[in-house]
Design a binder for this molecule. Structure first.
Ligand code: CUA
Length: 347
């Protein structure tokens, strides 16, 4: 009895030691709850696996066939025969029941904690569309697309909806998934604890470019965020500095302004992403590729070639190479000076 007791204690300690090593990628309130649950589940899993595998091994070794043993030989005593053992059955029902109950209570508690509105959280209105993300900041009075900028250390309350079909907002390192549903508002509350460039994904099959519907969350130190928010509130797109940029601006206002917004210009379309600070963006086309000049031109030439189902028309054949270069010059000039999001660590 004592030895068996010791084995169980040893297994419990092993489970606890393994579970203790669970590390979380980003120490946010949501991840803390998930890690807490994971520790419990892992601890029970180790104990149960150890127990079952241990008994199995013991039985295999202890009751293995012996070379000199003839099964059913005369005079061989039969092993104890019984149909059921009420005490064992009771225990094997009760123990899993208690484990499941405990996990249920812990999970329910975690869910309540995660879904509670947080006083002082920064609201961001997020709209999911085929196949990109739009971020409106009601308190700041500005709008960003594809890359959501937030301060570290302050909870963010994402108010989520969708413009067309169901999508799902997912930033694995910061928060769990929340569906974005047309005509409804859902909420996802999270908080970044260190500056970084966090990968975001759409997690609900939403059309041919579901897998290309990504985004980024750019988390900045509070002071840096404050500096960004103030600068972006006051931002007006810079005037073209070269002839090519001027040509690019002219093309942009003719061809792109019906769908895209650039603050400080007549371009105020809202069907497509806000391009006011495209020059600051780390990625293009909602997180699918690096923001480089080459990619920008490839995108303008034929968006659907890179993102099947993209609604932006192709400009291949409509714009000369010189026009494309001019447009790229102009778009690259759209930036807030003094911010480099590309240098942030990626999570
Ligand atoms: Cu949007 Cu998948």
């Amino acid at each position: 009895m004592n030895r068996r007791f010791l084995v169980v204690v040893a297994l419990l300690l092993l489970g606890a030691a393994l579970a203790h090593n669970v590390t979380i990628l980003s120490d946010t309130p949501v991840n803390r709850e998930v890690a807490m649950l994971l520790k419990w589940v892992l601890a029970f899993s180790v104990v149960i696996f150890g127990g079952v595998a241990g008994f199995l091994l013991y039985t295999i070794v202890r009751f293995r066939a012996r070379r000199d043993h003839v099964p059913g030989a005369a005079g061989e005593a039969l092993p104890a025969q019984f149909h059921e053992n009420a005490r064992v059955e009771f225990l094997l029902t009760l123990i899993p029941l208690l484990i499941v109950l405990l996990l249920f209570v812990l999970t329910a508690q975690a869910l309540v904690k995660i879904n509670r509105p947080i006083a002082g959280a920064m609201p961001v209105e997020v709209t999911a569309r085929q196949f990109w993300w739009d971020f409106k900041y009601p308190d700041e009075g500005f709008r960003l697309s594809s890359e959501m900028v937030i301060p570290v250390g302050r909870p963010v309350e994402v108010k989520l909806t969708a413009a067309d079909v169901i999508h799902s907002f997912w930033v694995p390192s910061l928060a769990g998934k929340t569906d974005a549903i047309p005509g409804e508002t859902t909420y996802n509350r999270f908080q970044a604890t260190k500056p970084g460039n966090y990968y975001g994904y759409c997690a609900e099959l939403c059309g041919p470019s579901h897998a290309n519907m990504r985004f980024r969350v750019i988390a900045l130190d509070p002071d840096e965020y404050q500096r960004f928010a103030e600068a972006y509130r006051a931002y007006q797109a810079p005037e073209p500095r070269t002839e090519r940029e001027a040509r690019g601006q002219q093309l942009f206002l003719q061809r792109c302004a019906a769908c895209h917004t650039v603050k400080g210009t007549p371009a105020a379309g809202v069907i497509g992403p806000d391009l006011s600070i495209l020059g600051n963006r780390v990625t293009l086309a909602s997180g699918i590729m690096e923001n480089t000049r080459e990619n920008l031109i490839r995108w303008i030439e034929d968006p659907a070639a890179l993102k099947p189902g993209a609604q932006m028309p192709a400009f291949k054949g409509q714009l000369s190479n010189a026009d494309l270069e001019a447009l790229a010059d102009y778009l690259e000039s759209l930036k807030l000076e003094g911010f480099d999001f590309k240098a942030l660590p990626k999570y």
